[in-house]
Design a binder for this molecule. Structure first.
Ligand code: IPE
Ligand code: IPE
Ligand code: MG
Ligand code: MG
Ligand code: MG
Length: 290
């Protein structure tokens, strides 16, 4: 798994470096690169490639689409660490972007990474039809805005120190983290011109994968080692974050995550041996320590 992730990370970073190099220089490039290239598992690109392999899609196009997703992800982390959000000073074992470059620069570098995703999806080097590009941009925008990442982050902050029912916690985690995974699972079907119903089925699978990913992140915060995780742990409880762990406890949350894996595997099993990669990634997501 680590070898595959390393290859995806390397190919994604190579694409992004070339893409940025072709642009004019600006003062924001350095903090943008800091947020983008300071490590990161590239797990969203892995899910995109695993789903793509169900439909025999070209690896190179998927790396470009994954690069756009990784820009949005990097932006979301820069903003997530800001003093007005989670106020975290360490990310991927290094000072957070705002600690290194200042708050206003971090905000603007984050904004620039978000918009760079749309530049990537609309650029000429991505060899797909204009209609497909438009559909991808439409879907990734929806996943990132008030119905996705940004909306979920809003809920995450507004739920602090409150008793929130399970259904609402899940809804929040699906928005802040799940929706970007929904995009990764839907993109291969959009590339294959599949109908709305089929796309929706994969968006739902992606939402569950993203939920699993966030639950695992919450478990790492609860029990993990900050040196290994590359970020401070034990902070969710201090901040009064509404997580499944805060509601159900540690053991029940692990049970919940295992059931989620069974549910997702059940939905992809009809693809037979081709679903093995995706299935392995699910187990990696739950058992990782960073
Ligand atoms: C961390 O995401 C934030 C969450 C959505 C839980 P990742 O764990 O994917 O972060 P990196 O990119 O690997 O550092
Ligand atoms: C972040 O969730 C979700 C995002 C959309 C960025 P967390 O706040 O739990 O992520 P970490 O633990 O700081 O990486
Ligand atoms: Mg947060
Ligand atoms: Mg955080
Ligand atoms: Mg966390």
């Amino acid at each position: 798994m680590q070898k595959e992730l390393n290859k995806i990370a390397k190919d994604t970073n190579t694409f992004l470096k070339k893409f940025i190099k072709k642009q004019k220089r600006s003062e924001l490039i350095i903090p943008m690169q800091y947020g983008l290239f300071s490590g990161g598992k590239k797990i969203r690109s892995k899910i995109l490639i695993d789903t793509g392999s169900l439909f025999k899609l070209k690896y190179n196009s998927l790396i470009i689409i994954g690069s756009a997703v990784e820009c949005i992800h990097a932006y979301s982390l820069i903003h997530d660490d800001l003093p007005c959000m989670d106020n975290d000073t360490v990310r991927r074992g290094k000072p957070s972007t705002h600690v290194k470059f200042g708050e206003s620069t971090a905000v603007l570098a984050g904004n620039s990474l978000l918009t760079m995703a749309f530049e990537i999806l609309s650029h000429k080097g991505l060899d797909i039809s204009e209609k497909t590009k438009n559909d991808l941009i439409n879907k990734i925008s929806e996943s990132s805005g008030h119905l996705g990442v940004a909306g979920g982050q809003y809920l995450d902050l507004s739920y602090e120190h409150k008793k929130i029912p399970q259904k609402k916690i899940i809804e929040m985690e699906i928005k802040k983290t799940g929706k970007l995974f929904s995009f990764c699972c839907a993109a291969p079907l959009i590339l294959k011109n599949k109908n709305k119903k089929e796309i929706k089925k994969f968006e739902d699978i992606g939402a569950d994968i993203g939920l699993l990913f966030q639950v695992a992140d919450d478990l790492i915060d609860y029990k993990g080692n900050s040196l290994v995780a590359g970020k401070k742990t034990g902070k969710d409880e201090k901040k009064g974050k509404a997580t499944l762990i805060s509601l159900l406890g540690y053991k029940n949350t692990i049970k919940y995550a295992n059931k989620l894996i069974i549910k997702i595997n059940d939905k992809i099993k009809k693809y037979g041996s081709r679903s093995q990669n995706l299935s392995n990634t699910l187990s990696y997501i739950l058992h990782r320590s960073k």
